[in-house]
Design a protein around this ligand. Sequence first.
Ligand SMILES: [Zn+2]
Length: 149
Amino acid sequence: MTDTCWFCKKNPADGTKTIKVPFYKEVHREPVGSRVRIIWHSTEALIPRCSECAKAHARVRKANFIWRSVVIIALLVAWAVFPFLSGNTNMVCAVDLIILFSAPILLVAISRANKHYLRSLGTLPESGKKEYPEYLRLLGQGYVIGKGK
Ligand SMILES: [Zn+2]
């Protein structure tokens, strides 16, 4: 059976690009001597994805990493260097505030650009996996995300 990609809802899924989200929950608890034995059940939500969407997700991840690093490095440099360029303390405070407030704005702009890029390709962002029925079903059954114990 070939599933359709969850993210673009167009291409056939590529089995090697499936997103696997591990879930687990406690199913049973019993006393063993003075201790308690807990039985966990582990499972996975398998979210079908095509190679095009996988490529777009990887590109966004990389762009996010690069641009966030650029913003953070630029801010640190500006913060460290500016006081040496100006003897005016008030001015330094004002610039530091501008720097402080521009960082989140830039980070939001980066995330918007990513969303726009993905929308132009007709695909959901990787976080769209959280709307996949199997994912929601497991959460509804009390499973939590993780590898279990
Ligand atoms: Zn796709």
